[in-house]
Design a protein around this ligand. Structure first.
Ligand code: ATP
Ligand code: MG
Length: 244
């Protein structure tokens, strides 16, 4: 399709107007293509999210921007294999809190992939499903440096590293440099798939938020307000009325 060479030409007479329309249509088509291209890299953020907080959201946003991810998919775990907590909040509640936390961000999405699974859910199984669902996309798995250090203990770790790039987001209190040196030494073949991401440090954890709720300490500004209200409304993490 021929585009008008100048805006003057586009505005001159009837044919000019229609070419302006054409140009606009063309521009919006291009925008769609750019958007579709953007989705060629898919970020994945797995976790318990009990509850989701600004630490998760900032890590996801910085990863999205630095690695040009079209989307970041939050995938709350069903029964996490690495957690010994038996009092973990129901999956539906953790899911709802994520929905509320990401509602104002078009680049963030949520998947219930692990929720329906019976028994423990393993990252390798999730990645296999995602690989099938998004065959043309590069997958980027985002984790904090605490989780990153454990990846070689995950089920089928080598397989996971064949399927996805890893982004280790700096997390206060968890220095990853010794781990990255070890990877360099012992698993040089996987090294180029592991990326380190500096994020503005937020020493926030779900454990701390749950403890705060339990002891009547404030949680405002540690997580999005709709999530705080949800916790308050459903009296999560406490039997008391004093959620602040
Ligand atoms: P819990 O205290 O219950 O373990 P958590 O705050 O560690 O909760 P998870 O759901 O376990 O949250 O974490 C999901 C992912 O988010 C993990 O990869 C974790 O390393 C990362 N993450 C959590 N908090 C932060 C943070 N403050 N900064 C960077 N990454 C984080
Ligand atoms: Mg954790």
């Amino acid at each position: 399709m021929k585009l008008p060479s100048t805006s003057q030409e586009a505005l001159a007479g009837d044919s000019g107007l229609s070419s302006l329309k054409r140009a606009k249509r063309e521009a919006s088509f291009k925008e769609t293509l750019v958007k579709e291209n953007k989705v060629n890299r898919l970020g994945i953020m797995g976790g318990t999210f009990d509850p989701i907080h600004y630490g998760h959201l900032v890590a996801a946003e910085m990863a999205r921007s630095k690695f040009k991810l079209g989307k970041v998919l939050f995938i709350p775990s069903g029964t996490p294999p690495h957690k010994d907590r038996s009092d973990i909040s129901p999956a539906g509640m953790r899911f709802e809190m994520i929905v509320r936390a990401i509602q104002d961000n078009h680049d963030f999405d949520i998947s219930a992939l692990e929720l329906g699974r019976k028994g423990p859910s393993y990252t390798v199984d999730t990645l296999r499903v995602l690989r099938r669902t998004w065959p043309k996309h590069e997958l980027y798995f985002i984790t904090g440096t605490d989780a990153l250090r454990e990846i070689f203990s995950w089920r089928e770790a080598e397989e996971i590293l064949m399927m996805t790039e890893f982004i280790g987001a700096a997390r206060p209190g968890f220095d990853a440099s010794d781990f990255l040196l070890e990877v360099q030494r012992e698993h040089p073949e996987t090294q180029r798939r592991i990326h380190y991401l500096e994020v503005p440090a937020l020493a926030i954890s779900s454990t701390d938020i749950r403890a705060r709720v339990k002891s009547g300490q404030p949680i405002r500004y540690l997580l999005p307000e709709p999530v705080r209200l949800f916790i308050q409304q459903h009296r999560l993490y406490t039997a008391e009325d004093n959620i602040i």
